[in-house]
Write a protein of this length. Structure first.
Length: 300
């Protein structure tokens, strides 16, 4: 798969995630945040499981054997995913879809910084201005002109460190195992298991609570988890984590569009300029490495 094809998969994932913000806000019924997170990831894991089993048999037999450290890294990846998703879901319920979508994109500038400092992984120079542009665009889109943030916004912001870590872990383990569907499914089940266990202890939901959230669990589980997160893992095998983070940040634009279409949330011209900055950053990181200003680079 080429880098362009991989990035198109990441863009499709961003579109699905952006639209799913609406379902995450209005489709949870009376089910608690942690239990909803666990249920939707369990559904996503079941959706991809048959394909993951086939891929595991092929890779484990022909390409490379899975070892204990692979499963350990996958368990950590799923745990980080659970923490990020639970914090974000709690925030979504206490803010607007638009704010939640754009504030989630704050993880974008964190990815190249963490990659450089912790992993010593260099990126193309265009990633830095593109990341800054996405950061500023996120700030504008969150309603910077009004200064005040809602309580839910701070929960969404707290999730961004875990989203940044998750992007780096996914890129690493997908390349290492050469089995993106296995990576996706295993992390889904880890995340789902943790969500249901912690949810049972903390929220103690009954059958009626799960029934009230069936639509949200089904929609988000199949599309946002089963499809979009799998597209992310597949795409990240063939492109760099910093590039992936910038492209995936476009979910914020699609979240705002979904909020406009389904929840009557409106953007000011000032906020629209933030969306333009984010889209400009995505275009820059895609095209500049292919021009005379930058050479195509090999993946780490």
């Amino acid at each position: 798969m080429s880098r362009i094809q991989a990035n198109l998969l990441l863009t499709l994932a961003a579109i699905i995630w952006g639209s799913a913000f609406v379902a995450q806000q209005v489709g949870t019924g009376n089910l608690g945040t942690i239990s909803f997170t666990g249920a939707r990831f369990m559904v996503g894991g079941l959706v991809v499981l048959p394909f993951a089993i086939l891929q595991f048999k092929k890779v484990n037999t022909v390409e490379r054997k899975f070892v204990g450290s692979d499963w350990a890294i996958l368990a950590v990846t799923g745990s980080v995913l659970f923490t990020a998703a639970a914090l974000q879901q709690y925030g979504i319920l206490n803010t607007t879809v638009t704010n939640a979508g754009f504030l989630t994109a704050l993880y974008v500038p964190m990815v190249p910084v963490i990659g450089l400092v912790v992993l010593r992984r260099r990126v193309h120079w265009s990633v830095w201005p593109a990341s800054i542009g996405c950061f500023v665009g996120t700030y504008i889109m969150s309603g910077a002109e009004q200064v005040a943030l809602r309580l839910g916004d701070f929960w969404v912001i707290s999730s961004t460190l875990f989203w940044a870590t998750h992007v780096l872990l996914v890129g690493y383990i997908a390349s290492r195992t050469r089995a993106p569907l296995v990576v996706a499914t295993f992390q889904f089940f880890v995340c789902g298991f943790l969500g249901l266990i912690f949810g049972a202890v903390i929220e103690q939901p009954g059958l009626a609570e799960f029934e009230s959230a069936l639509f949200g669990i089904g929609y988000v589980g199949v599309f946002s988890v089963g499809m979009a997160f799998t597209l992310q893992v597949v795409g990240q095998r063939y492109t760099q984590a910093a590039d992936a983070a910038i492209i995936l940040s476009s979910e914020t634009v699609f979240a705002a569009l979904a909020g406009y279409l389904f929840l009557a949330e409106r953007l000011t011209l000032f906020q629209m300029s933030g969306a333009l900055l984010i889209l400009s950053g995505i275009v820059a990181v895609e095209l500049l490495p292919l021009t005379r200003l930058g050479r195509p680079r090999a993946l780490d």
